[in-house]
Design a binder for this molecule. Structure first.
Ligand SMILES: N=CN[C@@H](CCC(=O)O)C(=O)O
Ligand SMILES: [Zn+2]
Length: 411
């Protein structure tokens, strides 16, 4: 199918040769073309340019984008979109004064979601998750990473990953899957963390790898969950099965997880609400992408990752949703980008770069996603008429998306 977008007020993130990631000052630059066109052929960006240089076009569908901005679809590199039910009671408990950690200690939190998911059929889990995926696609997400971690038994973890794989088959959005068996210690293993780690290493990881259910391995490295030593064990074991690390670190405490993740060549380190000077130093000159999750900070009322400081220190930064039932029941990347500007002091250019090119990097999708580049996938957001791209994060609560194209087709 061929599609031509014409009279685009401003085409964002136009890169003839797109870098695989952007760091420090590079993040301030957002190349654009005004009064532009884009030509899509069989799901791929075939060509683009300015209206004064558009060749003849006949015999295929044309969309007039006067007054509108066109940009690459969002690349959401951290989500837990496959889950069962919800945890709105815990939300109310927190309003009434309990902390996220106190709720987890009382048997709520991740373990609570795992109990629900274990009892949910694969079909039901698929339908619940598909509804969320459809919503985020309409909100402009063209690629998303999905983690397991609400199963906590071999069968339930595999069920989650099978559901994510089925979503990948059924929908045009690009999906990358991550095995997060080490998300919490299940009730049956309370007081026997090493027993659960043995199960992870001896049974879950080999099965997940054998059935090719995940490309990445994750662990929640945090006080009360898994230690740095646990992380080193899981990442080393994952490596034997060719699983690349993408890890949860520094959400509530800095316990040395970043240095260990960098040592293990993690593709990304995610959360980063609590960062020491050493953590920032440890990320310098590495290939590891720091990923901030501002909607999680917003929902839990915890600090925001010091994104301004990290970029000023020369680091790259990606932004993602963390969509999950406990800490972030929202998969809206538009809100993430706006919140990064409002609360983390990123400029609109930096936030858009973080949610496109750097998000693609954090999912191993640099070659195909994140920019308007010939040959990349035609995953595009067309906005409603807006005064400028800075208006998108400025008008933070408004839905400014007119339509979304994924793999060359309107969704
Ligand atoms: N922090 C760890 N995992 C999820 C939240 C899990 C939950 O509360 O269900 C996160 O990334 O925020
Ligand atoms: Zn997460």
């Amino acid at each position: 199918m061929k599609l031509l977008l014409t009279h685009i007020k401003e085409l964002l993130q136009v890169r003839e040769n797109c870098p695989e990631k952007l760091s420090g000052k590079e993040m301030k630059e957002l190349p654009t073309l005004k009064n532009a066109w884009v030509f899509i052929n069989h799901g791929v960006i075939e060509d683009y340019g300015t209206m004064d240089k558009m060749g003849p076009h006949q015999g295929f569908k044309t969309l007039d984008c006067s007054g509108k901005i066109v940009m690459p679809a969002w690349c959401d590199s951290h989500s837990h979109l496959v889950y069962a039910g919800n945890r709105e009671q815990e939300f109310v408990d927190r309003i009434n004064g309990l902390t996220y950690q106190e709720i987890a200690e009382k048997g709520g939190g991740i373990v609570n979601s795992a109990k629900k998911l274990q009892k949910t059929s694969e079909e039901d889990l698929y339908h619940q998750s598909a509804a969320r995926l459809e919503e985020v696609m309409r909100l402009g997400t063209g690629a998303i990473e999905i983690k397991s971690g609400y199963g906590l038994t071999t069968e339930a973890e595999m069920k989650m990953l099978r559901v994510a794989k089925k979503l990948e088959e059924e929908y045009p959005v690009t999906i990358k899957t991550t095995f997060l068996g080490a998300h919490a210690i299940p009730t049956e293993y309370k007081g026997n963390k090493d027993g659960y780690l043995d199960l992870l290493c001896n049974e879950m990881l080999p099965k997940v790898a054998e059935e090719k259910l995940a490309e990445y391995v994750d662990i929640f490295c945090e006080e009360g969950y898994f230690s740095v030593a646990d992380m080193e064990r899981i990442l080393s074991e994952g490596k034997k099965h060719n699983l690349i690390p993408k890890v949860h670190v520094n959400q509530f405490n800095s316990i040395g997880g970043i240095a260990a993740a960098v040592k293990h060549n993690a593709l990304s380190v995610d959360h980063l609400e609590v960062m020491t000077e050493k953590d920032i130093e440890d990320l310098k000159d590495s290939d590891t992408m720091p990923v901030a999750l501002p909607s999680c900070s917003y929902f839990l009322s915890i600090p925001y990752a010091p994104g301004r400081k990290m970029i000023d220190a020369g680091l790259p930064l990606a932004l993602a949703t963390d969509y999950n039932p406990g800490s972030t029941p929202s998969g809206n990347m538009n809100f993430v980008v706006a919140t990064a500007c409002i609360k983390m002091r990123l400029t609109p250019e930096e936030a858009i770069n973080a949610a496109t090119i750097n998000g693609a990097y954090a999912m191993g999708l640099s070659k195909t996603h994140g920019s308007i580049t010939k040959g990349k996938m035609a995953n595009l957001i067309i906005t409603k008429p807006v005064p400028s791209y800075g208006y998108l994060p400025y008008a933070f609560g408004s839905n400014l998306i007119d339509s979304v194209i994924i793999n060359g087709k309107e969704v």
